[in-house]
Write a protein that binds this ligand. Sequence first.
Ligand code: C5P
Length: 301
Amino acid sequence: MIISRTGQSITVECPAKLNLFLECRGIRSDGYHELETVMQAVTLYDRITLARREKPGIAMTCSDLGLPAGPGNLCYKAAELFISEALGNSAKECGIIIHLEKKIPYGSGLGGGSSDAAGVIAGLNELFETGLSREQLAAMAAKIGSDCAFFIYGGTALCRGRGEKILPVKAPAAFGYLILWPKVKLPTKDVYAKLDNIGLTSGNSDATFLLDALAAGDYDRVCTGLFNRLGEPATLLAPEVSLALTHLADASKAVAMVTGSGSAVFAVLPGIEEARSIQQELKPRENGLIFAVRPESLATN
Ligand code: C5P
């Protein structure tokens, strides 16, 4: 994420993520699935603006009127959590304004809601100059959602547990990523329920091959190493996801994969120029939204 201060307000650019690898290793006693996943932050951003206000409480607005702008929004929950955990005695008098400018489709597996919540937590740490460490911010973010802690780190990371145990990894190559969102929303919990239903809950693929390929910047091996255990339940729940996979694979001549619990799909290209040129080809014949993006930490423009 990119945090900047303008006068009295803080702006946070909150990136989307792609799951380059995702395996489920069984169901835990708390009902969550034990995961091994490699997440990559990419240059598609929601923008959050944060400021203080005189009146106590949280006032939120959102560019997307289809989303709740109150307690039902993860940003609002993240702000409440930050106030109660980080502001101590001054929590009661605290007033915050949040504006969310939405670009990342929600219900798409691109992690927008989680990234926004992490952005609020990291942004409020700047606004109130609370000086919490990255580990403290990540622990707070993990209470909001399984994917949230990753966004405190960004870059590329191996994530375990519910997804909240983060190990940053090396991925020096500036690949391009082409994302196709077929404009259908898939609730995460439904996709996990479908996974259980079809008996694919306990897989044994591991991320070592992909991590080695990423570290070496080996494009062909990265494509070979892409994997998502949630791809099958996502395609069973929404045929649009299967179609999107076929369209993207045909157009890019690369492996197409579901990200997270879907419904967005993506392909890795050798660089951003290749991704952009396939985006131009696909645009006229696709109803979905298409994004050509870079790894966030390696972006130069
Ligand atoms: O943690 P979060 O609220 O983002 O998760 C949404 C839903 O996804 C959970 O309620 C659960 O059904 C499912 N989930 C899971 N195992 C994970 C992460 C999410 O079963 N590791």
